[in-house]
Structure formats: structure tokens, C-alpha cells
Design a protein around this ligand. Structure first.
Ligand code: ADP
Length: 439
């Protein structure tokens, strides 16, 4: 009821009271009776209004405490307008709740499908959101609304704690559980009435371990390559200094010129192998793919190295399946077999035998190159495909090896999706088995 209406009704009621009093001034019993009659309706009205307000309060409390069922439509109180408005309010709240639930679901799907661990912590230090990757990668047991002080990992804790002290964007590289992460702290600010209020910080951890490994490999490779080149450079420098230091007999000049030539050849081989390896590992490498008869390729490699076999009086036994086919880059695969046969010759004594077999096995075209050479110790076997790795540096040097041959073999086979296996026994021999995709 509106306020002015209440004043008018109040005024009329007072007029009624005065009129009844005046009209029944000589009949007290009637006056009391009438007064009682007149007073009951307003008293009842106020009692009813009170009840209605109590009901309204009850409904509002239920809404505030989230106790009203979704889409709850009912006559809460007698006032139709109030019921209609309340039902509309309920529908709006439902709609907002639904939008929030859908947003939450979208965020969950989005963040759980990003491989990076993510956590959102509000300004009170409470965890408001954390994705599965965070819990799994950092092996933590956290729940929503936990405070971040619960984090046991000191590195993560310190990064988060610092971010809350400075409240500014921050990027750091962290080592967590032996992996490298680029950790990002991104403060979240809400613009209210043209003022930014700090509401929390989102933390994203990008796993950069592989990148770091790659960087380290590059660094190591550069150091190894420089080291490898240093030896022939020093030899050339030494020999030329001696030659320049005065007049020498013809024989000495020839001896030192031979050293210069040999060391120069060695440098050339190293540089060529390095270039070949870097080409093999470059992202824009193009392969000239064609159907290849592997047995024929092996025969042509045998012909190329025949002079070496004859020099060492080694016998090469071939057991080749005709037309053994795969798809690949002919020249690159030729390098693979040249390197493997060259190694077999290098690491096998004179008068011994080497065996090459080619055959189909399941879906593979297989080639095995076996020698009766010095063999490789089991503990060093996993390293032989590493760049510049040599079991016996001196022996490799004598044979003119660069230590890059097997690394080139491995990289070439990798880009052909082929696998290589190695079996070896010291003083008995070594066998390399390559599995190419058939056809
Ligand atoms: P290198 O140029 O020194 O031969 P590779 O990368 O071709 O380098 O081979 C790496 C090392 O693996 C060699 O130095 C050698 O110690 C070992 N190795 C490779 N092939 C054989 C083999 N057939 N028999 C014994 N050892 C081998």
C-alpha cells in the first residue's frame, strides 16, 4: 500500500472512530461493541501483512542461500506482482548460473587440453582454478579454495609468492622435478568505475625441457666440432711453421707437406660430415623419394668399396633377396650403406669376412651387415650413434673416421622412418640390422 493511501485511510479511520464515539456517546455498551468491531479488521490486516513479509523474507533468504530449486515457480505470497517478479528473478538467476556453469565447463575443457600446467589464485591466496596438468606434472594434491601456502614444492611456491608481492607480470625459467619450465605470472585486474582492481594471478608453466635439451645439444655439438677441428688445424700450423723456419732437405719438405695434405683432407671430411648432418636435421630438408631396389643398391656400394676389401684381403659374402623394395632417397641411403660397410671394413682385421643379407620380414625390408671384427662392449653400444663418439679415438683416427658416420646413418634412417638395431660381441664381431618399410 502506498504511503499517501495509508494517510487517507488513517485519516478516514480516525474520522470513523470520532463519529462512532460522537454517535454513541450516550450508549457506552454499544460504543465499546462498535469500537471492538472497528478495531479487529485493521489489527488483522497488520497481522496478515506481517505474515506476508515474513514469507517474503523466507523466500529471499532461500534465494541468497541457494536453496530454491531451479525453475521454481510458485505462489510464494498473496501479492501477484511480487510472485511474478520473484519468478522472473529466479529465472534470471538460473540463466546466469547456467551461463557460469557453461563458461566453467568451457574453461575446464580448454585448459585441460592445453599441455601446460595452469593455476589461478585469487587475491586472498585461494586457489580458484587448477588444471589436471598442474596436479599431475607437479604431483601436488590441491583442491579448489585451498590456499597456495599448501604447495610443498619450494620452487613453485617461491615463484607464486613473489608474484603476489609484486603484482606484476613476470616470466622466469624454473627447474621443477628435473624439467625446465618457462613460468608466467599474469596478474588479473578488473575495471570497475574506471579503476583497476587486482583480483588474482593466473600462472602458466610451459614445459621447455626439449628446447633446453636441443640448445644444450647444439652447444655441445659446437664445442665438439671446434675440438675436432682444432687437432688438424694445430698439425697444419705446426708443419707449416717448421717449413717456414728455414731451408730443409727435400725429404723433410715432402714429409711435412704430406702432413698438411692429410690433415687438410681430414678437416674437409669433418666439415663435409657436419654439413651433411645439419642438412639432415634441418626442417626444410627435401628427399628425392623413389622406389628403390635395396639389393641393387648394396651391390653398387660393394663395387665402390671393392678396392678396400681387396686391400685388406677381406671376403664379402652376399645373400640378397632379389628386388628387395623400399621407398627412399637413393643417394642418402647409399651414404648409409657406404658408412656401415666402411666401418665393417675398418673395424675388422685383414683376412676376415663380412656378411650382408637382405630379406623380407613381416612388413619390413630388412638388411643386415655383419662383420667378424673387434666388436663393441655392451656398455658403449648405446653411445655409438652419438655425434663424435668413438670407442677408440686413435683407431678411428688411423682409419680416417670423423666420429659422425653412425650419427649420419641414424639421422638418415630416422627421416626414412626406418629402424636400426645393433648386436655386438667383443672380439667376435658386430651386426647392424636395418628395418625399412616394405615397398
Ligand atoms: P668413425 O668415423 O669413428 O668410424 P662412426 O660414427 O662411424 O665413427 O662410429 C662410431 C664408433 O662406433 C666408431 O668409432 C667405433 O668405435 C664404433 N664402431 C662403428 N662401427 C663399428 C663396427 N662395425 N665394429 C666395431 N666398432 C664399430
Amino acid at each position: 500500500m502506498k504511503f499517501n493511501k495509508l494517510i487517507i485511510y488513517g485519516f478516514l479511520y480516525v474520522v470513523l472512530l470520532v463519529s462512532v464515539g460522537y454517535l454513541t456517546r450516550n450508549k457506552p455498551l454499544l460504543m465499546i461493541g462498535l469500537y471492538v468491531l472497528i478495531t479487529i479488521p485493521p489489527l488483522y490486516y497488520f497481522y496478515w501483512i506481517n505474515q506476508e513479509y515474513a514469507k517474503m523474507n523466507d523466500v529471499l533468504e532461500k534465494i541468497i542461500n541457494n536453496q530454491l530449486e531451479k525453475s521454481h515457480v510458485e505462489r510464494f505470497v498473496s501479492n501477484r506482482k511480487f510472485n511474478a517478479n520473484l519468478n522472473r528473478l529466479m529465472r534470471n538467476i538460473d540463466k546466469m548460473r547456467l551461463i557460469k556453469e557453461e563458461d566453467q565447463l568451457a574453461i575446464e575443457i580448454l585448459t585441460n587440453n592445453i599441455t601446460s600446467p595452469i593455476i589461478y589464485i585469487d587475491r586472498d591466496g585461494k586457489i580458484r582454478y587448477v588444471n589436471n596438468q598442474f596436479l599431475n606434472s607437479f604431483e601436488v594434491n590441491l583442491e579448489i579454495n585451498d590456499i597456495y601456502e599448501k604447495l610443498r614444492n619450494k620452487t613453485i611456491y617461491k615463484f607464486i609468492d613473489d608474484a603476489f608481492i609484486f603484482e606484476t607480470k613476470n616470466i622466469e625459467t624454473l627447474i621443477i622435478n628435473e624439467r625446465y619450465y618457462q613460468a608466467n605470472a599474469i596478474p588479473v585486474k578488473n575495471k570497475i568505475n574506471n579503476h583497476y582492481t587486482f583480483i588474482g594471478i593466473v600462472f602458466i608453466f610451459h614445459d621447455i625441457t626439449e628446447l633446453k635439451k636441443y640448445e644444450n645439444l647444439q652447444r655441445e655439438f659446437l664445442a665438439d666440432a671446434s675440438h675436432e677441428l682444432k687437432t688438424p688445424i694445430s698439425a697444419i700450423k705446426g708443419a707449416s711453421e717448421i717449413l717456414l723456419s728455414g731451408s730443409h732437405p727435400q725429404e723433410t719438405i715432402k714429409e711435412f707437406l704430406t702432413i698438411i695434405k692429410e690433415e687438410n683432407d681430414r678437416m674437409e671430411r669433418i666439415v663435409n660430415d657436419i654439413l651433411l648432418l645439419s642438412r639432415l636435421e634441418s626442417a626444410n630438408l627435401t628427399l628425392n623419394l623413389e622406389k628403390i631396389n635395396l639389393s641393387e643398391l648394396i651391390l653398387s656400394v660393394k663395387n665402390m668399396l671393392n678396392y678396400r676389401l681387396i686391400n685388406k684381403n677381406q671376403t664379402l659374402h652376399l645373400d640378397l633377396t632379389e628386388n628387395l623394395a623400399t621407398t627412399g632417397d637413393y643417394e642418402r641411403l647409399k651414404t648409409v650403406f657406404l658408412n656401415l660397410l666402411n666401418n665393417a671394413i675398418n673395424y675388422t682385421d685383414e683376412n676376415k669376412a663380412i656378411y650382408i643379407k637382405s630379406y623380407y620380414q613381416d612388413n619390413y625390408a630388412v638388411v643386415s651387415i655383419r662383420d667378424e671384427g673387434i666388436g663393441i662392449e655392451e656398455k658403449t653400444l648405446p653411445h655409438i650413434f652419438e655425434r663424435f663418439y668413438r670407442v677408440d679415438k686413435a683407431r678411428s683416427r688411423i682409419t680416417g673416421g670423423t666420429g659422425l658416420g653412425l650419427a649420419i646413418v641414424k639421422s638418415t634412417l630416422d627421416i626414412h622412418n626406418a629402424k636400426i638395431e645393433v648386436k655386438s660381441k667383443v672380439n667376435e664381431g658386430t651386426e647392424f640390422i636395418i628395418y625399412f618399410n616394405k615397398g
